[in-house]
Design a protein around this ligand. Structure first.
Ligand SMILES: [Zn+2]
Length: 215
């Protein structure tokens, strides 16, 4: 599902999203226009990672800033450590219209849950869209922290690499002493976010907002 051309993000509701196949072709008739570059990245990953059912890609200011930093994402704070050794990197090759780039995107992501697209933005994946979203929330917050910390100009401290790795394992639920990443916790987070959107944007499901194709 992808956002159609011509709308502000604040105008987009669930029913406005366009369903496309792996080639990016809309399955609806009549098809609504979508950006050709908008699905090249996502379709490469959907095709290569059958474990993944959610792929999110953003161009937030903080994410783009970190994507432009030579050292990439630094382990500056606990929220960053979920991605220690668990984020891939992909060098910028121009606007992603080139299908040959898809192979390199998949190689960059490998089996990681996240990828920094150099000079471009962030990407997260998940077994569900909920997981991809919650990972993106943490990754983007990590980038906000990094941009604030690096802008302050003081010398930065980072934990010992072994502590970073331990924390990453704990947060991924790979450490026996931890159940931080259990499915129930994700479900609780997602349910809470749904309650929030029901309160703050109750027309998120539909609400055509006066949009009709071609108008
Ligand atoms: Zn992009």
């Amino acid at each position: 599902m992808i956002n159609p051309y011509g709308l502000l993000f604040e105008e987009i509701t669930a029913s406005i999203l366009v369903k496309v196949v792996l080639s990016g072709r809309p399955v609806e008739d009549p098809p609504r226009p979508v950006g050709p570059a908008g699905f090249v990245i996502h379709s490469a990953i959907h095709a290569a990672r059958p474990d993944v059912h959610g792929v999110l890609h953003t161009h937030t200011k903080a994410g783009c800033a970190v994507a432009a930093q030579e050292d990439g994402l630094l382990p500056l704070d606990q929220i960053c450590m979920e991605f220690c050794g668990r984020a891939g990197y992909h060098g910028y090759e121009g606007v992603a219209l080139n299908l040959a780039e898809q192979r390199r995107l998949v190689t960059g992501l490998a089996d990681h849950p996240a990828m920094i697209l150099r000079n471009h933005g962030l990407l997260t994946v998940g077994e569900t869209p909920a997981r991809a979203f919650l990972r993106m929330y943490c990754l983007d917050t990590a980038c906000e922290i990094q941009t604030a910390a690096t802008a302050a100009g003081s010398e930065l401290i980072t934990p010992h690499p072994g502590i970073c790795e331990l924390t990453a394992r704990q947060l991924a639920g790979e450490d026996d002493s931890s159940d931080l990443q259990d499915d129930k916790a994700y479900g609780l987070d997602w349910a809470a976010l749904f309650r929030m959107v029901e309160r703050t944007a109750p027309d998120y499901r539909d609400g055509s907002l006066g949009f009709t194709h071609g108008s």
